[in-house]
Design a protein around this ligand. Structure first.
Ligand code: SF4
Ligand code: SF4
Length: 309
């Protein structure tokens, strides 16, 4: 159980382009009592669909960066020799290469190198039309600490739940307005693509993971890696096959893998051009196609039956 009775659901796919964010935004729209987090800090796009009515920007301290004061430097070359990341050349530091290890700062005999915190990006605390909170972030180019930023926005999302003492009375009013709602409190996390450090940060404390895959060989490969990762962290999961009719024999391979690993198949969504259209127009798919909305609502209700039981 996550904070204050909120179940944390993370939606993942091994790579981009599987429809993960579209599906996450749709699921989020079915619930009233929720906090949404877009953890794709390198290429956030969920805010384009959710269209927050307000947002507050916060700076993200991305770690420390070194800088040489050339008025003090005696050009001994020691810093260049010790830098394992080849970030120093001609007594200048390339900030795109600097990993912030601080070694140069410690060895400089003239104390000519400063080592100070740098701003690595921004994260945004937003409010949606239905008054729920939504968090997303943008890491500056060349910054390598996306995992830390993912942890930061998740922490802010959880803190927002704890701080919002008026929440339950507000939600009672909101739930009357959404006939699709069938109870529950959720932190809905749209995970980053891949299986690297940001994904590890996004699944921390998750109650359940939804794996969105597509029937391609790379889709199967990525899915298997994610299943292994989630099993390592003992996180329960279910699978959605998007564009399920693209290749029926590969879709069967996915279903076989799900059966073998005892993972429930939450649903299949046939290829639908409305997904792309909604993405281009910056709309939630549930506003665009009523039959897709019905299918996704069915899948979400099935998912909830696994989350709650
Ligand atoms: S170690 Fe210090 S003094 Fe030597 S080259 Fe680097 S910055 Fe200059
Ligand atoms: S902080 Fe580390 S990575 Fe950055 S320039 Fe110094 S030695 Fe190289």
């Amino acid at each position: 159980m996550s904070d204050n009775g909120y179940k944390q659901i993370v939606i993942l796919s091994g790579k981009g382009g599987t429809g993960k964010t579209t599906i996450s935004a749709a699921f989020a729209s079915f619930e009233n009592d929720k906090v949404i987090v877009d953890c794709d800090v390198d290429a956030a796009n969920m805010h384009l669909m959710l269209k927050p009515k307000s947002e507050k920007s916060h700076e993200f301290s991305g770690g420390k960066k070194a800088a040489i004061n050339n008025e003090i430097c005696i050009q001994c070359g020691l810093c260049e020799t010790v830098c394992r990341f080849d970030a120093i050349n001609d007594f200048k530091i390339n900030h795109l290469k600097c990993e912030g290890c601080g070694f140069c700062f410690r060895v400089c005999p003239e104390s000519a190198i400063s080592f100070t915190p740098s701003i690595g990006g921004n994260y945004f605390e937003c409010e949606l039309e239905d008054d729920s909170k939504f968090f997303y972030a943008k890491l500056f180019p060349g910054q390598g600490n996306s995992g830390k930023l993912v942890s930061e926005i998740k922490k802010s999302a959880i803190n927002s739940i704890k701080e919002n003492s008026l929440q339950s009375s507000n939600k009672k009013i909101a739930s009357i307005n959404n006939p699709d709602v069938n109870g529950g409190k959720f932190i809905i996390v749209d995970g980053p693509p891949g299986i690297g450090c940001p994904v590890n940060a996004s699944i921390s404390k998750a109650d359940f993971a939804i794996l969105v895959t597509e029937p391609t060989l790379s889709g199967v490969h990525d899915l298997k890696r994610l299943v292994e990762l989630l099993n390592t962290f003992k996180i329960r999961m279910g699978i959605i096959i998007n564009k399920s009719d693209l290749n029926e024999s590969v879709a069967e391979q996915i279903k076989d893998h799900a059966t073998e690993k005892n993972i429930p198949l939450l649903g299949e969504i046939p290829f639908n051009t409305e997904f792309v259209k909604a993405l281009i127009e910056g709309k939630n798919i549930v506003e665009v196609d009523e039959s897709v909305k019905k299918d996704l609502l069915k899948i979400w209700e099935k998912t909830k039956s696994y989350i709650i039981n």
